[in-house]
Design a protein around this ligand. Structure first.
Ligand code: GLA
Length: 675
């Protein structure tokens, strides 16, 4: 934490000043050559622990209060930080979350470390972590007890607890909001801020009141906070990550060196999202200059997890000294373009495809604000390759995927022209059926490229036929080469998603370039003839705010269990239990008609807020409920889906919920189809 300057009540001038200082530093560093690029501490620069977003580990998303949360784990993570190069990549803090202490304080009012989990004690643990060149963090709550209820909180014990932390060698405190007895947040967080400062130790102060009191508005930094949570807890699902991204991305103007928006810790590696979604999670957090706190047990992480968390080019975007949080250039139809200005004058540009199908997302150098130039260097931070474009910044991005570029207004030297490979997902096909695929090569570069070829690869047993030429001798700047294909799913293919890979090859500036795009075909079968419960039919896709959509049960609670679907006291044996905002898609193949369900908030839902239930037949809304709250009885929804290829069920939260879990039920949902 850093003592705020009382003569600086406004935040924005400070931000401008910080930006100006960073720009001046960047200019000086450039002039002095690459060796001087990193400013030395004490050289007149602001020198605080959180000049860039904190990076490290926190156990909560991996263990909660489970048995795995212990000394072996924490020491193991510290070892892996060093062994796996994560420390070199910038990860520094090893933070313990809730449940590290005994239920009661000792007779002197001091916190007692749980001896079963941490038999060697915290001094030894801190020494171990420090001996590796890493830093040590702990957690407690600005209330009478922590959120799990298992540990005492620090309300009324601030000075003593802060001193105890400092004596142990703590470098980071996460300070939560539970059991706060209604004392105003500012007062509670100021008390701990003062107490930490009084210890004289440099301790990063992480304020965790879930955005309830708009901590970004200024008070959190005034009380010494280095970062502040902006939302309630992230869970390990694409829906949760997405909604937190959407809330946090709007707060860009409030983030900067020494005071960061915190959209919560990383879920990368925990298994509830695909690697494509985890790459998006990591990319978006880096674009938003978010703290990067690894939340998975690295002792059993996959290579893909290490590759994501260890991507130093994406980390550099997060850690850029200017400290800007990305601005939204365009949020159109879930095709997001974000830009983040970097200290060296270049921009990081992220193209994030929120939707469930591959799409081309495009912007250009002007829209980003780059200096006018005939040529731009565009570096793909996941592919680790550099190309040259004449100004277009584009990519075909798989469903839920993100492409991150670093773009600079300068000659790309010998880098090849940027030719993009394009195509769209095959969508839903029945076994034995053929689907058409258009695959393109788009030359966004300045120069003509040669020997262009496009190829399509499908899993074994699938048929792939080109119906046009697949090779072109040359492709001029600004031109598109289009190829058409017919892709046939084998008879008897099992329902599920299959990868179809488009490969583009071309020659540019004497180099041979190969680029891939992975598309999806989903093999589907329509529901059986007659009337079926939708909970007995396989969906094509399901996106849920938290956890997985449940069949014949309400959505999972925080403790990971759930009860029967219950609306206004009525228990339903059948149905879908979701958490709003959610979306479940079923394939109908044009063979179904009547849909019916009783919709409403489950009795286990909590938090304020309303949910609207909608039924979409292909692109058309065919039924919708009123905005329903927990006080409303179930509403009957019926729709005619005749002829529709698929149905999409959405339960959308109005966003007024704050902390909450809006369990939204499709009770007794049925569909009637032809045999
Ligand atoms: C709250 C916080 C979480 C975690 C838990 C611990 O929910 O927001 O990040 O610290 O408490 O109980």
């Amino acid at each position: 934490m850093r003592t705020p300057n009382p003569s600086r009540p406004q935040r924005s001038p400070h931000r401008r000043l910080a930006a100006a200082v960073a720009l001046a530093l960047a200019a000086a560093a450039l002039a002095a050559g690459p060796a001087a690029a990193k400013p030395e501490p004490g050289g007149g620069q602001p020198d605080t622990a959180a000049d860039t977003p904190p990076m490290g580990f926190n156990n909560w998303n991996a263990t909660q209060c489970g048995e795995d949360f212990n000394e072996d784990m924490i020491m193991g993570i510290a070892d892996l930080f060093v062994e796996k190069g994560l420390k070199d990549a910038g990860y520094e803090y090893i933070n313990l979350d809730d449940c590290w202490a005994e239920y009661d304080r000792d007779e002197n009012g001091k916190l007692v470390v749980n001896a079963e989990r941490f038999p060697s004690g915290f001094e030894a643990l801190a020494d171990y972590i420090h001996s590796k060149g890493l830093k040590f963090g702990v957690y407690t709550s600005a209330g009478t007890r922590t959120c799990s209820g298992d540990m005492p909180g620090s309300l009324g014990h601030e000075a003593s607890d802060a001193q105890q932390f400092a004596d142990w060698g703590v470098d980071y405190l996460k300070y939560d909001n539970c059991n706060n007895q209604g004392v105003p947040a500012e007062e509670r967080y100021a008390a701990m801020g003062d107490a930490l400062e009084a210890t004289g130790r440099d301790i990063v102060y992480s304020i965790c009141e879930w955005g309830d009191n708009e901590p970004w508005s200024g008070w959190a930094e005034e009380v010494g906070g280095d970062l502040w949570r902006t939302t309630f807890d992230i869970s390990d699902s694409y829906g949760s990550m997405l909604s937190i991204f959407k809330d946090n991305v709007e707060l860009a103007e409030y983030a900067g060196p020494g005071g960061w928006n915190d959209p919560d810790m990383l879920q990368v590696g925990n298994g509830g999202m695909t690697d494509t979604e985890y790459r998006s999670h990591f990319s978006l957090w880096a674009m938003m200059a978010a703290p990067l706190l690894i939340g998975t047990d690295l002792r059993d992480a996959t290579d893909a997890t290490y590759e994501i968390l260890g991507n130093e080019e994406v980390i550099a975007v997060d850690q850029d000294r200017l400290g800007e949080q990305a601005a939204v250039v365009s949020p159109e139809d879930g095709l997001w373009v974000l830009k983040k200005r970097l200290a060296d004058g270049s921009y990081a540009v992220a193209l994030f495809n929120e939707t469930g199908a591959a799409q081309t997302i495009a912007t250009d150098a002007d829209a980003i604000g780059l200096r006018r130039s005939g040529s731009y260097q565009i570096r793909d931070l996941w592919e680790h390759e550099t190309y040259e474009t004449a100004g277009t910044i584009a990519a075909t991005v798989p469903a839920h995927g993100t492409v991150v570029y670093k773009v600079a207004a300068s000659h790309a030297g010998s880098s090849p022209a940027d030719v993009q490979v394009g195509g769209s997902d095959l969508g839903q096909v029945e076994a034995g059926d053929a689907a058409a695929l258009t695959a393109t090569a788009v030359n966004n570069g300045r120069t003509t490229v040669e020997s262009v070829s496009v190829d399509v690869d499908a899993p074994r047993g699938w048929d792939v036929d080109a119906t046009t030429d697949t090779r072109a001798r040359t492709l001029k700047s600004g031109r598109t080469f289009t190829t058409e294909w017919e892709v046939t799913a084998p008879d008897g293919a099992a329902p599920g998603a299959y990868e179809i890979t488009v490969t583009l090859e071309y020659k540019s500036k004497g180099k041979r370039v190969e680029r891939d795009l992975v598309l999806t075909a989903v093999v589907v079968e329509p529901p059986p003839g007659g009337t079926s419960y939708l909970s007995d039919v396989d969906w094509v896709s399901a996106v849920n705010e938290s956890g997985e959509v449940q069949r014949d049960a309400a959505a999972l609670g925080f403790n990971g269990t759930s009860g029967p679907i219950t609306i206004g006291g009525t228990v339903y044996e059948k149905g879908l239990g979701t958490v709003a905002t959610s979306e479940v898609v079923y394939y109908l193949g044009g063979r179904c008609g009547a849909f019916a369900a009783d919709v409403g908030l489950d009795d286990s839902a909590f938090g304020t807020g309303a949910v609207t239930f909608e039924v979409w037949a292909d692109g058309e809304k065919v039924a919708a409920s009123a905005a329903l709250t927990g006080d409303d009885a179930a509403a009957a929804l019926a729709a005619d889906l005749t002829g529709a290829s698929s149905v999409r069920l959405t339960a959308t939260s109005d966003g007024s919920g704050g902390i909450g879990r809006l369990a939204a039920d499709w009770a007794d949902a049925t569909i009637t189809c032809a045999a």
